[in-house]
Every structure is written in structure tokens, then in C-alpha cells.
Design a protein around this ligand. Sequence first.
Ligand SMILES: [Zn+2]
Ligand SMILES: [Zn+2]
Length: 73
Amino acid sequence: MNGTNLCEVCNEREHTRLCDYATGTGIITSVDFKELTETCNKKICTACAVQLWDDCDICPDHAEQVKKKLFRE
Ligand SMILES: [Zn+2]
Ligand SMILES: [Zn+2]
């Protein structure tokens, strides 16, 4: 069981969460809708996770995508 719990972003710390970004529909879902959509589920540690709101943390890659969507011109 070596390394399986490592954060996939930094590969240094143990991951504590999974990316909540919904890959199936391309939208971010609240916890209630999680089961309806596929999520990224990338393993991320607290240092690498980007928190959008309570109980919704996403990987840095998807955080960039979200920012572009929210603030696109
Ligand atoms: Zn990390
Ligand atoms: Zn992600």
C-alpha cells in the first residue's frame, strides 16, 4: 500500500479529499447532486485543494477552469 494515499498534485502529502468538480456535465454540483454526476475525484491534500465553498474542494486544475468560467469576458 505504498503511495496510494498521496496527493496527486504535489505527491508529497497524504490526500484528505477528492476533487468535487463534476466532469460528467462540466458543472460544479453541491453535495446533494454528487451521486448524479461523475466527479474528477483527483486525490488532493488540504494544501493543494481549492475550496469553493464548505464541503466543496477541487483540484488546482479545475479551479483554473472554474475561474475562467466565472470571470470570462
Ligand atoms: Zn498536495
Ligand atoms: Zn479536479
